[in-house]
Structure formats: structure tokens, C-alpha cells
Design a binder for this molecule. Structure first.
Ligand code: M6R
Length: 605
């Protein structure tokens, strides 16, 4: 989940600012610390700072750097606390390394290196890479061979970029199970730069980074490294090698720019902008995804795997697939799925849902299915060309654009829209209803000020309970997750009917309860659960619709949404819960877009 970047600049180009720009785009992957290392006058200079990237920038304000080859890192701590010593780049004498992933056998490698006299200054697993590469150099191996030997010695998942003093102005990068993209400058760059009176910005740079989006502003094409690939990057060439150091070719893609999504515009936070963007994201998702029902021909079972918010989207879709397609559906958390020897029957459609397309657990589950079954694999992703996209037989894209806020909002409702399009593909009337969702969402977004008042109530509490039945149950779970993530208030979602089996003990006159109660076929049942809650608690917020409101007791706080068909209601009801979490967090004053301990893309187990 760390972000790594490496840039080979043009002669006389100082790439410090480009590295920082790249790190800014990578900060979504972790912001416990950051650092850069550059080759300068035949040696390596390194700068590291704890906390957000702004701290590194402050440090660099007073530094005089002149380097045109460098690497950078934003950290999401795994091994060792977020301290300066544990911040990347990690160094040995002539080597600096940035790393994303986990070296599972780092303890034994460290032991062997310490025995050989290498002194460790951090608690990280990454430092073994730096010393290992150094030891190989000392043993007479070239930097490329050193990287190969290091790869052969390491277990785990990793993406690495390294600079070596003896290699000069080049970067060597390698990966296994963690994504790494290589960016290409325009061809014949040097000649073009000369013509443009030395302006090195005109044709981009050869570079490497954790994702193609980060590189998009600084190169013209990208290629994705495959498992165990090693790449050597210089100013005007990129050479890929397989694990035996045989040159290989990798397909190049044009880079995709989405500059609008990367700007906050008039909004105070990306999260608010992204909540407000939802009608557009849903419209685009509907427009670009016309589902061919033959996808489900001969399918007897659907197996869905995902993590976090994407998992909750999968949970909602289970209700849809079973009700509207009559196909038995299971939904599972990816990190559980792959370690329990799942039974993969023929004629199962395997769906992995991942906004980033890079979540390691979800990818590993997909890999497991590909290696152990003949199931057709479907990917639901937001990021095109992501690892899930490349590894799935069939891919559907949510068209939400880049999501900058760590908390998923627009990508969640876009995923739900896509899953609804799949599940409703044989139901013409309901597909028509689905087309109305953006308009309903627009109307819900106008309730923001009212939701802010309700958020006052939640912000005064240390915990909150979210309840729903049917499709509203996973929506309640996601509402609770949103609140936890960005306000740090403890929140739990429960199936409303399950309360009496234990969780009801949590209710007292202080704890806020958010109850999702549209006027659907489960209304009476949910209303009974409301009475049970009212008998024991006081701060109850009911989110209902125009018809439901008429049947609500006076003692509750009501938020009234438009009447919508129950098949599409989950998408609409997700939105007030996002706003509730957002306003609560802003009242408390947390860092909404970069909540503590989290990262947008989770690329470790
Ligand atoms: O990129 P993915 O959809 O695979 O990510 C899965 C989860 O890490 C993600 O949904 C996470 O729970 C979000 N922070 C939720 O807001």
C-alpha cells in the first residue's frame, strides 16, 4: 500500500519537483512518512520526513538538490512505526531502495546480512533489500544481477525501485505480486528537447511507479510489469527482463488523463466533491454498460469476492442476483475466501469487485480461481488497465473517474449501479427504473444541510448503530464503515431483525441509531424493530421515504427521501449515509480525505 516512484530525468534536468509531484499523486496509498533519494555527483542524497508529504516538502524547501535520477516513497507502515528511521528510501552504501509490499522472509535475510557485518538502522523489512543488493555488488555482481539474486532470495509480494552509484543515471525496478507500471517518454526526446531550447518538460520522462495514473502526467505511454520482471530504465531506453535476465517485451498503452477528478474545485474536500459527483458517475456508468444477458447462460452459481466497501456492494448484489436472475450467489471477503479451500464448481461465474483493481487480497482470490478452476472470471473495476482488469476474462468498468478521497463514495454507488445493471439485465421495466437513479440521487444531495444537523447528534457520541433489513442491511454496514473511517467514531451495522439476538444490549438513551426504513415489502418488520429500539433508546434517525414518513412515530428524527422502486433503493439510500459521515467528520475536524491509518489502495495482505 505504499507508493513508489522513480524518474530518470534528461541531462541537466533537476527532477526533485517531479518526484514530489508524483508522490503527491501517490499519497492516497499511504501517508505515514515519505522520502526521496537522488543520485548527485556520484553519490546518493536522501531526504525523509515523518507524516504527510507536506512535511517532506518543508524539509526540501531549504535543501539544495541537483539530481536528474531519483526514487521516492509514501509509506503505509507495516514493519516498524512511522518514524524517520523507518521511512524509505532505505540505503546501504551505494544503493537506495523504495519498496511496496512485504518481504515475508526478511528475518532470515536480515540475520544473514547482520552476520556479514551489515548494520541495520530501521525495523523495516525493506532494509534487507538495500543491504542484500549492496552485498551482491561487493561480491562482484552487476546491479541487474544483484536485483535478480535479490528477487530469487525473497519471498512475499513486492514492487521495488532502486538506484545504484556504480550504475550511474539509471533505475532498476522489479516486482512480484505488487503492481508496477513503467512510463515512457516520447521517442527521440533528446533531439526534441535540444530544439526546444533545453525545455525538458516537453516530452516526458522514462519513469516507474505504483500505478499508471500517477505516471500519466509525466510520460506518454505506460507498460505494466509482469510477475518477476526486472526493468532497467535510462534516459532514452527501457529494457524489460524476465527472472532469468532474458530481455522480454511488454505491451505499451497510451496513458489516460483525468485531470478534472484530480482537482477539488469549489469543494472543501475531495470526499464532498465525489459525493456530489455521484449523479454524473452513475449516468456515465449506465451509459457505458449495456449488459448482454448471455453472460449468464449456463451459469448455475455466482461467487463474489471483494474487500471493504466493494464487499458491501457485493452483498447488495447478492439480493439482486438471487431475486432477479434466480442464480444462487455467495459473497465473501477476499482475505477469507482464498485461505479456506473454497469449492469451485463448474458453471460458476466468479465476480471480483475492486475500485482500484489492485487490492492484493482480491487479486489473490482471483488468481486462486484462475489457477484452480474453469470458472469464468468477471472483474468490476474503476481503474482501467489495473491488475484486476488485466487478469479477468470479462471486465465491466464503473465510470466514476479517479476517486481521490480515501473513503469510497462515488465508486461505491457506481459499482452498485453496474451490479444492478447485471442483475436486472433480463428485467426491462427495472432497467428503466435504474435510469432514474441519477435524478433521485440529485434530489437526495439537496438534503445535505438537513443531514448536517443530524450529524451534530452523531458527532457528540462515541459510538453509533446502523440498522437495515434486506438490501438495506449491507447499506447500513457501509454507512457504519464510512462513519468509522473518517470520524473515528465507533459504529456498527446490524441486520435490524438481528438486534434482539444480542446487539440490542448496546442501546441506551445516548447511543445514536440510524435506521434505514424505506416503505418497501419489509417496512412493517423494520418498523417493529424501530419500536424495539424506541423502547430502549432516544437518539434515533430514521431514513425513509415520502410514504414511509407518514407512518413514522413523532419521537424520531426523520430524513425523507423520494419514493423509489425497492430494486434501486440501495443506491439512493447509500448517499445520505455518506453525507452523514462526511458532516460528522467535518464537525469533529478530522482529516476527511486522508483519515488516519488508512490508504486508498491496499496492496499488502
Ligand atoms: O480498491 P478496492 O475496492 O479493492 O478497495 C477495497 C477496500 O480497501 C475499500 O473499499 C476500503 O474499504 C475503502 N476505504 C472504503 O471507503
Amino acid at each position: 500500500m505504499c507508493g513508489i516512484i522513480g524518474i530518470v530525468g534528461h541531462s541537466n534536468e533537476n527532477i526533485q519537483q517531479k518526484l514530489l509531484n508524483g508522490l503527491e499523486r501517490l499519497e492516497y496509498r499511504g501517508y505515514d512518512s515519505s522520502g526521496i533519494a537522488l543520485l548527485q555527483n556520484n553519490s546518493i542524497v536522501r531526504f525523509r520526513a515523518v507524516g504527510k508529504l507536506s512535511n517532506l516538502k518543508k524539509l526540501l524547501d531549504t535543501a539544495i538538490i541537483d539530481g536528474h535520477v531519483g526514487i521516492g516513497h509514501t509509506r503505509w507502515a507495516t514493519h516498524g512505526k512511522p518514524t524517520e528511521n523507518n521511512a524509505h528510501p532505505m540505503m546501504s552504501k551505494d544503493v537506495a531502495v523504495v519498496h511496496n509490499g512485504i518481504i515475508e522472509n526478511h528475518k532470515e535475510l536480515r540475520f544473514s546480512l547482520e552476520n556479514d557485518g551489515y548494520v541495520f538502522t530501521s525495523e523495516t523489512d525493506t532494509e534487507v533489500i538495500a543491504h542484500f543488493l549492496q552485498r551482491e555488488l561487493v561480491n562482484g555482481f552487476s546491479p541487474l544481477e544483484s536485483m535478480r539474486n535479490c528477487m530469487n532470495a525473497m519471498d512475499g509480494a513486492f514492487a521495488i525501485a532502486a538506484i545504484f552509484v556504480p550504475l550511474g543515471n539509471k533505475i532498476i525496478a522489479a516486482r512480484r505480486k505488487s503492481s508496477l507500471a513503467v512510463g515512457f517518454a516520447e521517442k527521440n526526446c533528446t533531439a526534441r528537447i535540444e530544439k526546444a531550447a533545453g525545455d525538458a518538460s516537453i516530452c516526458g520522462n522514462m519513469c516507474v511507479g505504483s500505478d499508471a495514473g500517477t505516471l500519466s502526467g509525466m510520460c506518454h505511454e505506460v507498460a505494466y510489469m509482469e510477475d518477476d520482471d526486472i526493468v532497467e530504465i535510462s534516459e532514452d531506453s527501457v529494457v524489460f527482463f524476465d527472472k532469468n535476465l532474458h530481455p522480454v517485451t511488454r505491451k505499451k498503452y497510451k496513458v489516460h488523463q483525468d485531470s478534472d477528478s484530480a482537482k477539488k474545485g469549489e469543494y472543501s474536500h475531495f470526499m464532498l466533491k465525489e459525493i456530489m459527483d455521484q449523479p454524473t458517475a452513475i449516468r456515465k456508468t449506465l451509459l457505458h454498460n449495456k449488459i448482454d444477458a448471455s453472460l449468464f447462460t449456463d451459469i448455475e452459481r455466482i461467487s463474489i469476492v471483494a474487500c471493504g466497501t466493494s464487499y458491501y456492494a457485493g452483498m447488495v448484489s447478492k439480493y439482486w442476483f438471487e431475486r432477479f436472475l434466480k442464480i444462487p450467489t455467495s459473497v465473501e471477503i477476499a482475505s477469507e475466501f482464498r485461505y479456506r479451500d473454497p469449492i469451485l464448481e463448474d458453471n460458476t461465474l466468479f465476480i471480483s469487485i475492486s475500485q482500484s483493481g489492485e487490492t492484493l487480497d482480491t487479486l489473490a482470490a482471483l488468481e486462486y480461481v484462475r489457477s484452480n478452476s474453469n470458472c469464468k472470471t468477471v472483474g468490476i473495476v474503476n481503474v482501467k488497465n489495473s491488475a484486476t482488469d488485466r487478469a479477468s476474462d470479462v471486465v465491466f468498468y464503473s465510470e466514476a473517474g479517479i476517486e481521490m478521497g480515501v473513503a469510497s463514495t462515488k465508486t461505491y454507488t457506481a459499482q452498485l449501479t453496474l451490479l444492478a445493471s447485471l442483475a436486472l439485465c433480463k428485467k426491462e421495466f427495472l432497467l428503466q427504473q435504474l435510469q432514474n437513479v441519477p435524478t433521485f440521487c440529485e434530489s437526495v444531495l439537496t438534503l445535505s444541510a438537513q443531514i448536517k444537523q443530524l450529524a451534530e447528534l452523531i458527532s457528540r457520541s462515541s459510538s453509533a448503530i446502523y440498522l437495515g433489513r434486506g438490501t438495506m442491511f449491507p447499506i447500513a454496514l457501509e454507512g457504519a464503515l464510512k462513519l468509522k473511517e473518517i470520524s473515528y467514531i465507533h459504529a456498527e451495522g446490524f441486520a435490524a431483525g438481528e438486534m434482539k439476538h444480542g446487539p440490542i444490549a448496546l442501546i441506551d438513551e445516548h447511543v445514536p441509531i440510524v435506521l434505514l426504513c424505506p416503505n418497501n415489502e419489509l417496512f412493517e418488520k423494520t418498523a417493529s424493530n424501530l419500536q424495539e429500539a424506541l423502547a430502549r433508546g432516544k437518539n434515533i434517525i430514521v431514513i425513509t421515504d415520502v410514504d414511509g414518513e407518514k407512518k413514522m412515530p413523532n419521537e424520531v428524527h426523520k430524513l425523507v427521501l423520494p419514493n423509489v422502486h425497492s430494486a434501486i433503493a440501495p443506491i439512493v439510500y447509500a448517499i445520505p449515509l455518506q453525507l452523514l459521515a462526511y458532516h460528522t467528520a467535518t464537525i469533529i475536524g478530522t482529516d476527511v480525505d486522508r483519515p488516519r491509518n488508512l490508504a486508498k489502495s491496499v496492496t499488502v495482505e
